[in-house]
Design a protein around this ligand. Structure first.
Ligand code: AP5
Ligand code: MG
Length: 388
């Protein structure tokens, strides 16, 4: 999901570059200028109220703008993302957009600002006047629009500079030249999108091995609550002592412990590109907790992988591991192994089947060869990242 705001003075090429971006990324196009012109053309109540303002080159009241875009955003919540052309146009509107996106658990990926000298802007708009019939493309009104831009719109850039998502782009040259620069700026901006993967599979399915490889390949931070707690137990920390009775028996630790572990991992990795979550969320309640984490990071899950392994293979693998140095206390006891598999079937499989995020589940044959699994996983996750 990417949400872009195209910024720039009248004639900078916002509308022109929008066509390219909408096509390339499959975004929902929201041009407040076009929407207002449609209202006027259709003679609606709003159209009647704003007509004189557009004709004079002034800015329309925020309430009309919010009314128009709120509806479109809500109707297209599940799409790839939005492209805003000509909005936000005032400092107040920047706050309005924050609020609107937050309500939908989304955020703006970047503001791309097209920079073009005033002389070229005037030339382009007067040239457009010959081809298109826009009542505001006259010498006098262009001057007013440029003044409005200087006075009211330029401060919006500071809002996004502070958030470090402001990308200035040279808007001169041919349309194709500008598109290339816009693409490069977007590539840069997209590096800041977190990529999060959730990996499921029965105990013994090989999640640990594959998660580590996946995290390494995509340069993500691997979070295994189980592994972290085992380390805490070894170090004899407070957290270790609290989780020991659960871990030893192979039963689920209380959610407050899980939250503490994950929160901590996220906090100590502020530069992370994203996270690989091993077997989390594991219960319905934990899906809400996961939503909470994502909301806090302004992020979302990009891929969910299920290592589909025969439970009998898992029992054999765990039983075998129990006889080695890597064996866990709960591997040594067949009752514990079976209990963990049962718990997974009862609590986790329903979570996988009803995963609340709108992304398809990637099923991988976990009985396959280790390297083949890794290869298949990397390819599917890569495709999922591209889609997200
Ligand atoms: P709006 O429709 O947004 O107009 P604008 O901001 O003045 O911008 P333009 O549409 O004129 O320019 P553009 O940057 O899209 O350039 P384009 O691609 O067309 O707003 C109109 C009015 O609505 C406002 O004045 C206001 O009253 C109201 N309004 C809108 N949003 C509002 C909001 N949020 N709050 C309050 N009021 C709001 O390119 C221009 C020309 O140049 C074209 O002919 C194009 O073919 C050509 N061109 C483009 N790129 C190139 C290039 N690289 N080389 C040569 N020619 C090029
Ligand atoms: Mg336009």
């Amino acid at each position: 999901m990417i949400n872009i705001a195209l910024f720039g003075p009248p004639g900078a090429g916002k509308g022109t570059q929008s066509q390219h971006l909408v096509e390339k990324y499959g975004l929902v196009y929201i041009s407040t200028g076009d929407m207002l012109r449609r209202e006027i053309a259709n003679g609606t109540e709003i159209g009647k109220k704003v007509k004189s303002i557009l004709e004079a080159g002034g800015l329309v009241d925020d309430e009309y703008i919010v009314y128009l875009i709120e509806k479109v955003i809500k109707e297209n919540e599940d799409k790839n993302g939005f492209l805003f052309d000509g909005f936000p146009r005032t400092y107040v509107q920047a706050y309005i957009l924050e609020g609107l996106l937050q309500k939908l658990h989304k955020k703006l990926t970047c503001m791309i600002s097209l920079q073009v000298p005033t002389e070229i802007l005037k030339e382009r708009l007067l040239d457009r006047a010959k081809k298109e019939d826009r009542s505001d493309d006259t010498d006098e009104i262009i001057r007013v629009r440029l003044e409005e831009y200087e006075k009211k719109t330029i401060p919006v850039a500071d809002f996004y500079k502070d958030k470090e998502i402001y990308y200035p782009v040279d808007g001169t040259g041919t349309i194709e030249d500008v598109s290339k620069r816009v693409d490069a700026a977007l590539d840069e901006a997209m590096k800041n999108i977190l990529l999060n993967v959730v990996v499921y599979g029965y105990p013994g399915a090989g999640k640990g091995t594959q998660c580590k490889r996946l995290a390494e390949y995509f340069d993500l931070v691997y979070i295994s609550v189980g592994r972290i707690l085992r380390e805490e137990i070894e170090r004899g920390t407070e957290l270790g002592k609290r989780s020991k009775p659960y871990i030893e028996k192979g039963i689920l630790v209380p959610d407050e412990i899980v939250i503490q572990v994950i929160e901590d991992r996220i906090r100590v990795n502020p530069q992370a590109r994203g996270f690989v979550f091993k077997g989390f969320p594991r219960t319905k309640i934990q899906t809400y907790i996961m939503d909470g984490f994502m909301e806090k990071m302004h992020s979302s899950i990009s891929a969910v992988v299920n290592l589909d392994t025969n439970p009998l293979t898992c029992v054999k693998r765990l039983n075998k591991r129990g006889k080695t140095k890597q064996g866990r206390t709960y591997d040594e006891n067949l009752d514990f192994i079976i209990q963990r598999l049962q718990e997974y079937e009862q609590k986790t499989i329903p979570v996988i089947e009803n995963f609340p995020h709108k992304i398809p589940l990637i099923n991988i044959d976990g009985d396959d060869d280790r390297d083949k699994i890794t290869q298949e996983m990397i390819e599917s996750v890569q495709a999922a990242f591209k889609r997200s």
